[in-house]
Write a protein that binds this ligand. Sequence first.
Ligand code: DGT
Ligand code: CA
Ligand code: CA
Length: 574
Amino acid sequence: MRNQEIANIFYEIADYLEMEDVAFKPYAYQKVAITLENLEEDVKEIYKKGGLPALEKIPGVGKNIAQKIEEFIRTGKIKYYKDLKKKTPVNIRELTLVEGIGPKKIKILYQKLEIRNLKDLEKAARTHKIAPLFSFGKKTEKNILEAIKFLKRSKGRFLLGEILPRAKEVEKKIKKLKKVEKISMAGSVRRKKETIGDIDFLVATKKPKKIMDFFVSLPGVVKIWGKGSTKSSVRLKEGFDMDLRVVPKKSYGSAFQYFTGSKEHNIAIRKIAIDKGLKLNEYGLFKGSKIIAGKNEKGIYKSLGMEWIPPEMRENQGEIESALKGKLPKIINYKDIRGDLHCHSNWDGGANSIKEMAEAAQKMGYQYLGISDHTKFLRIEHGLDEKQLSQQRKEIDRINAKCQMINAKFKILQGCEANILNDGSIDIKDEALKKLDYAIAGIHSSFKMKKSEMTERIIKAMKNPYIKIISHPTGRILKRRDEYQIDFDKILRAAKKTKTILEINAFPERLDLNDKNIRRAKEAGVKMIIDTDSHQKDHLRFMEFGIAQARRGWAEKKDIINTQSLEKLLKFFR
Ligand code: DGT
Ligand code: CA
Ligand code: CA
């Protein structure tokens, strides 16, 4: 977990440098931060094995940054960072969470109003001290208050993308213990909700004490909320909690069902049991005092006269009624995806080359990978213009020719993620779009338009015959920014008519479309695609979160176009 700590410091350094208007450097720190937090091996281990030179082999790490990593490993501190922080002593992480507030604004707020943290900021906004500041204004002040409100609402919940890798790590460790007969994740992590309150584990064992001792002394535990023979609860240094419950093997299934939730699903299930004259709790399903199911979860659902319900669907949103009728949809499986069409390469500032991305995609077992770099309106993201796109085409053709000598079935496609400008036009000429295998368009600016205007803006983009996919259609960023105002029904009608595909963006902060919108799209007969929006090859693994979201939205294989073979996909685009 040292990697994440250093990454966090580098993110802050990047913000501080941006605050001081330093060119290029902030970007370099940010990129290294992203690399570090996705690195499998602990940097301390890398350093131990190979010293400074080994650190310098990490992508993006030059001598200067390598020395800072070394300093942190040795002393637990980075002086350069401390000095920056001394100069402007603000809680930069907290403040940059406020949508619309960047490092430069933070500096002004500190210098003029001595705002150091979120609390100061909220107070200043409430007492209208911000509006009069140059380059702020009344609208910004109002937006700040709204953004703070939004932050508060999501406080205390963590992204599935941050939690799941950690949960899997702990699960693996516990699984290795001798006396553990069974272990599973339960609760919202098993249901793969987009945000998680705490992680729940369930264990079957005859030696609870041993397991609990191990659990509360796991590395990273900073607080023990409770420790008993059936339940223990701890806080990790990342700020989230984990619960572990021990149950006897004969009740494992019923406990699994109970602690998976959701609570709303459980209440409805229990009512069905009662209506049948049965009693259901975490110990089993009972007829009088006789246990009739409990050992495994499937048995519980079966004894209640229904199909087993995938955990991602257990939100009491009609799944119980469907399961009772035996009419649950066959939702998409984690293995159904054949390729990823929203990925960025180093052509637009992503971390990896097209070739590296393609190799990673083949390792995922994919049949195709679409490179969809940003286009020219996004200058900060090094967006490509028409000419660069045509150069990139040549490069992709060249790599494809090479690749196919090794794996004849794999193909790199060329797309782009173009920008939908305020009037709904696309920032790349049709002649250039036409030469791509497909084009994605998304909104990356002017998020606060009026509902009718925003809806028309997107619909106009969908009417462009070369735009096949709309990326992250509602623009929400979890824990940060609400959806923009759109008439989603109208968007769906237009998508259906123009045969435009809506994206389920798998990036952990996005997960956009959300579950409700996925269900609406499916019911409207609109096709979707699950894409990772990878900015480096390690992001390709986010696919899992996108599939989870699709499952939570009841999407079936046929609803998702990148479950299709390359030939079918290309035919569809044509
Ligand atoms: P979270 O942690 O907020 O993301 O959501 P969950 O669903 O993991 O909730 P948690 O950790 O409080 O509890 C785990 C599961 O235990 C929950 O999904 C259902 C079950 N459960 C907890 N409390 C109750 C309750 O009062 N009634 C019922 N029926 N089930 C409960
Ligand atoms: Ca939980
Ligand atoms: Ca819990």
